[in-house]
Ligand binder design. Structure first.
Ligand SMILES: [Zn+2]
Length: 381
């Protein structure tokens, strides 16, 4: 039977034809499609991650899409923010993105917000949508988005890229851990974003597309996913190292002591990005030449995979791959939480996750080598 679904006041469309390539899937079908058509997603950040995510969500027939971005399109964005065209330079990203999405799917109701996501507008924005997608590129925003989603009971599709590494997860206080269970506090010091550290555009495409897929699962709902054997990344962190195309999926435990997802919602106080950034108690980045002088004085932990050790490691460093460290507290043996610990990996991204995890376990003096072991100036063994 032909289904004609009045999707918006702007047009009546033949759903069968438009979404045929996905409704044919047993995991979706016409019933699943109807769920998508009546669902809503808020994408915070219409940049590298938001560009692919927003396009796939609009194309998939998500009924209502909000997008928050206070930035304007710059020529340097075009290398990865594929939602925009050369003629969009200088325009607000929110309106340029909304126009592009409307051209892609005119029956999708797009709500652009040309404003910065902050504590004062978080409730208004987050409460109005079923699923929230984090397309931002800095820790401060990610902490605020996490806290707002947990406070207002919304599922959060998290994504992050840097260099050749990508991470995606889904956080939802009712059903699993939150971002702060993974990273308890914003890291101390300065963590580079894509603009500073560099990124291949396709990396944003990969991570943003995985986020769109997870947002579709969350829009279908957990009961639907369970029935259809779709497993969202709820409580799991998907990581890709695109240098080798090695990907891993690890469990993220919910921390009973987490100040956000284990707190009563009314107790969660939202803190603006700037304030969260100045938190003093995070992971301390150390430069490699400074770390060389700490050999013999601090406990070095190498969190790379075994094949990566072929290029050498810091003398006397313990080797505990990241996934082992995150999933097996026994892996640390009898190291005292007061021991000065310096964590490192190849390029300084996995080590940040590992160091944050150590802080969550109660270690008090944790650093990681900024830029990774590739910056190490001395002889490795
Ligand atoms: Zn938590």
């Amino acid at each position: 039977m032909m289904v004609i679904f009045k999707h918006s006041t702007r047009m009546t469309m033949n759903i069968n034809a438009r979404y045929a390539r996905q409704t044919v899937l047993a995991e979706l079908g016409e019933e699943g499609q109807k769920k998508l058509l009546t669902s809503s997603v808020l994408c915070i950040g219409a940049g590298g991650l938001g560009s692919p995510a927003l396009q796939y969500l609009a194309a998939a027939g998500i009924g209502r899409i909000g997008l928050v971005d206070d930035d304007t399109v710059d020529v340097s964005n075009l290398q990865r923010q594929v939602l925009f065209r050369e003629e969009d330079q200088g325009k607000p990203k929110a309106s340029a993105a909304a126009a592009a999405l409307s051209r892609l799917n005119s029956s999708c109701h797009v709500e652009p917000y040309h404003e910065r996501f902050q504590a004062s507008n978080a409730e208004r924005l987050v409460r109005n949508y079923d699923v929230i997608l984090d397309g931002t590129d800095n820790f401060a925003s990610k902490f605020l988005i996490n806290d707002a989603c947990m406070k207002y009971g919304k599922p959060l599709v998290y994504g992050s890229i840097l260099g050749f590494e990508a991470q995606v997860s889904v956080f939802w206080a009712k059903h699993g851990p939150c971002y702060r269970c993974l990273y308890p506090r914003p890291p101390g010091g300065h963590v580079p974003n894509c603009a500073e550290a560099g990124v291949i555009g396709a990396m944003a495409g990969i991570a943003g597309s995985v986020q769109a897929l997870e947002a579709v699962k969350m829009a279908l709902g957990l009961a639907w996913c369970k029935e259809k054997q779709l497993e969202p990344l709820l409580g799991r962190l998907w990581m890709l190292d695109a240098r080798t195309m090695q990907s891993r999926r690890l469990d993220v435990p919910k921390r009973p002591a987490c100040a956000i997802c284990s707190a009563r919602p009314e107790k969660i106080a939202l803190e603006d990005a700037g304030a969260a950034c100045t938190s003093k108690s995070g992971v301390r980045p150390v430069q490699a030449d400074e770390a060389v002088r700490m050999v013999g004085k601090a406990c070095f932990i190498d969190v790379r995979e075994t094949p990566e050790l072929a290029s050498g490691k810091v003398p006397e460093a313990l080797h505990i791959p990241l996934w082992t460290l995150l999933n097996d507290e026994g892996a640390l043996g009898d190291i005292s939480p007061k021991t000065p610990v310096i964590v490192y990996c190849q390029h300084g991204i996995r080590s940040l996750t590992a160091a944050s995890h150590l802080l969550a376990l109660g270690f008090t003096n944790v650093s990681h080598i900024a830029g990774g072991i590739v910056r190490w100036p001395a002889k490795l063994i």
